[in-house]
Design a protein around this ligand. Structure first.
Ligand code: SAM
Length: 270
């Protein structure tokens, strides 16, 4: 996969030289290029921002350096290759999820446009649609100073899904969000640490019981920390054992969805 990142702080992307993503680059699994937006300016001060039309606080990124930078990336597309996907990190974008990471990991070419200040002149997104599939994407419902941190997170989440990046691909299957649930708790040696014991079932060697325990812990943890995920979970084909565990946690399956059972006694209005 090829990835291009455009930023006014290319040094911010240095962590992409480390760990599994750095190794994937060395091994040619990931062909990652970081571009300095300022090299696409034409004035002496290498200006990338200006005051907003309509007034208001902050500065807006000028369109022309972005068009130059993105055109240079689009021009490198090999003859006949599909249009690259341009991801524009933005708190006003669609939410970045594991499902989106899987979808983007299928692409041959991704480009990322790191905004700063109040963001990029909106016309850049419109113009870019001639050359890219454009996707404004948010890391979460909060505001960062720039797109670089979002790109670090997204490239890592996408990159680790590429074949050969994570040593044991099995470890991707059981992770949080891969099946709509959070992952079960994990433990390593020693079996007793500071008077705390590893759950006995994990030392039993009984793989059936271990899987059942892990599944139960996934439901328990998801109910406790992310009930929104449980309510979105497709429960239509859940085996009876899972349904029983969920009932214990206070959930019933209604029309293929999990619904929290109303508290016994209810509210009688007195
Ligand atoms: N004025 C913008 C708004 O309210 O939507 C926020 C601009 S923010 C200070 C500057 C840049 O940080 C954005 O252009 C975007 O690239 C990045 N950014 C901030 N929060 C983000 C988030 N939650 N997800 C992805 N990128 C974000």
């Amino acid at each position: 996969m090829r990835i291009d990142v455009v930023s006014i702080f290319p040094e911010y992307l240095a962590p992409l030289e480390l760990s599994l993503i750095g190794k994937a680059r060395q091994e040619g699994i990931l062909d990652l290029h970081v571009h300095d937006l300022r090299t696409f300016t034409t004035d002496r001060h290498r200006t990338v921002d200006d005051t907003p039309y309509g007034g208001g606080a902050g500065m807006v990124m000028k369109p022309e350096p972005w068009a130059q930078a993105l055109a240079s990336i689009a021009d490198e597309r090999p003859e006949g290759a599909a249009r690259p996907v341009l991801i524009v990190p933005s708190p006003a974008g669609e939410r970045f999820t594991q499902a989106l990471a899987y979808e983007l990991a299928e692409q041959d070419h991704l480009a990322f446009a790191c905004g700063r200040y109040e963001g990029i002149d909106e016309r850049v997104l419109e113009w870019s649609r001639e050359h890219f599939d454009v996707r404004p994407v948010s890391l979460g419902d909060y505001v960062l100073n720039g797109g670089e941190v979002a790109v670090l997170a997204m490239v890592e989440a996408i990159g680790r899904l590429l074949p050969g990046v994570v040593g044991n691909p099995e470890s991707l299957v059981e992770e949080s969000h891969s099946d709509g649930l959070l992952e079960y708790p994990v433990y390593t040696k020693p079996s007793v640490w500071r008077e705390r014991e590893v759950p006995a079932v994990l030392l039993s060697g009984n793989h059936g019981r271990i899987s059942q325990w892990r599944r139960h812990e996934q439901f328990r943890r998801t109910a406790e920390r992310r009930p929104d995920l449980l309510e979105a979970f497709d429960a239509g084909k859940l085996p009876r054992a899972d349904r029983a565990e969920l009932q214990e946690l206070g959930y019933d399956v209604v029309d293929g969805r999990l619904r929290p059972r109303p508290a016994a006694g209810g509210d009688h209005g007195d």
